[in-house]
Write a protein that binds this ligand. Structure first.
Ligand SMILES: *Cc1c(COP(=O)(O)O)cnc(C)c1O
Length: 351
């Protein structure tokens, strides 16, 4: 039986780790790359895959970068981690801190994060501070805190995060035997699109893939700073993981877009929620709203004939649908309440 490895062990030679880096792992990464059974055909795309990052230990891709950031912070002697978060970063930081007996302090925008993400951070034992204002304000505060006090900042402005996150690109190439033609993912703080592009370029330079994908990023219409070329002071969208008005890796995202010949465009909340139901009900994949923005964008591009039928596309499902069920439940029929026997049940079900 082959042993499952975490990100650091699986891709050690591609990461900034040394023999002094502690062996941190929750067996993150190695997530499934699932071929589409329904949606690809409906969109006329022959090869569509979903990279299901919701199966990471804390339910999002954040674990890939967090494991490297935490290992490096420990190597440098840190005992306290701090981050600002729309939710998933805090869950991940808190979990790795717990596993290594470090303290985690997470600063979240008050009232803006999904309950299940908050519950994760609290259960893993982090100190959670709900700061009034939005994510961008919270990030500014923790950056200043880390500049002044002995705490390690583990937001994606921490370069080790992006190093860990690029391993998702490696996994896709290792699974397909080459890079896809299109890599489609949500863009919030823009660290992930930056990291994927770096991963593909490194593998390409080393001869591991012949193709370099076009990077296609999806923002939400109410939080589309990169699409519109301006900061959004009050970002608004149902997709809380990409509710960001001033992305820290703005330049990395535009570089990935332009170097790859890709694009970054915005989708509406309605398109996001429709894509979420479509994905869950037709593929059996429940992803959180932010993760469904790229599917909504790909669907639009395919319908407009802007994606070649023969091409290979990978949509990155960045986080599990269980992270934020409230957003989804408004859009499905509630359960049928019934007081009766099998016949009554059969009647309601029109069997
Ligand atoms: C963090 C996150 C994003 C956004 O990623 P960035 O690197 O900030 O662009 C998208 N989806 C989910 C589920 C996330 O947790």
């Amino acid at each position: 039986m082959s042993q499952r490895l975490g990100v650091i062990d699986r891709y050690r030679e591609w990461l900034p780790v040394t023999e002094r880096t502690p062996p941190v792992s929750l067996l993150e990464g190695s997530t499934p790359l699932l071929p589409s059974r329904t949606i690809g055909a409906a969109l006329g795309l022959r090869r569509l895959y979903f990279k299901y990052e919701g199966l990471n230990p804390t339910g999002s891709f954040k674990d890939r970068g967090m494991v490297v950031a935490v290992a490096k912070a420990m190597e440098e002697g840190a005992r306290v981690l701090v981050c600002a978060s729309t939710g998933n970063t805090s869950a991940s930081a808190a979990a790795y801190a717990a596993s290594q007996r470090l303290r985690a302090i997470v600063v979240v925008p008050a009232g803006e994060i999904a309950m299940n993400k908050l519950s994760q951070a609290l259960m893993y034992g982090a100190k959670v501070v709900a700061l009034r204002g939005n994510f961008d304000g919270a990030l500014a505060v923790v950056r200043e805190l880390a500049a002044t006090y002995p705490v390690a900042l583990v937001n994606s402005v921490n370069p080790h995060r992006l190093e860990g996150q690029k391993t998702a690109a490696f996994e896709i190439v290792d699974a397909l035997g080459d890079a896809p033609d299109y890599l489609v993912l949500p863009v919030g703080n823009a660290g992930n699109i930056t990291a994927y592009w770096r991963g593909f370029k490194e593998y390409h330079a080393a001869g591991r893939c012949r193709v370099l994908p076009r990077m296609v990023g999806a923002q939400a219409e109410g939080a589309a700073p990169i699409v519109k070329g301006r900061v959004f002071k009050r970002p608004r969208t149902v997709a809380s993981a990409i509710r960001i008005g001033n992305p820290a890796s703005w330049e990395g995202a535009t570089l990935a877009r332009d170097e790859s010949g890709g694009l970054i465009d915005a989708v509406t909340d309605t398109e996001i929620l429709q894509a979420q139901i479509w994905l869950a009900a037709s593929e059996g994949l429940f992803a959180e709203p932010a993760s469904c923005a790229p599917l909504a964008l790909l669907a639009r591009l395919a319908r407009e004939g802007r994606v070649e039928k023969d091409s290979t596309s990978v949509v990155v499902l960045t986080g599990s649908g269980l992270k934020d069920p409230d957003a989804a439940l408004n859009n499905v029929e509630p359960p049928i309440e019934l007081d009766g026997d099998a016949r009554a049940l059969a009647k309601v079900l029109k069997l």
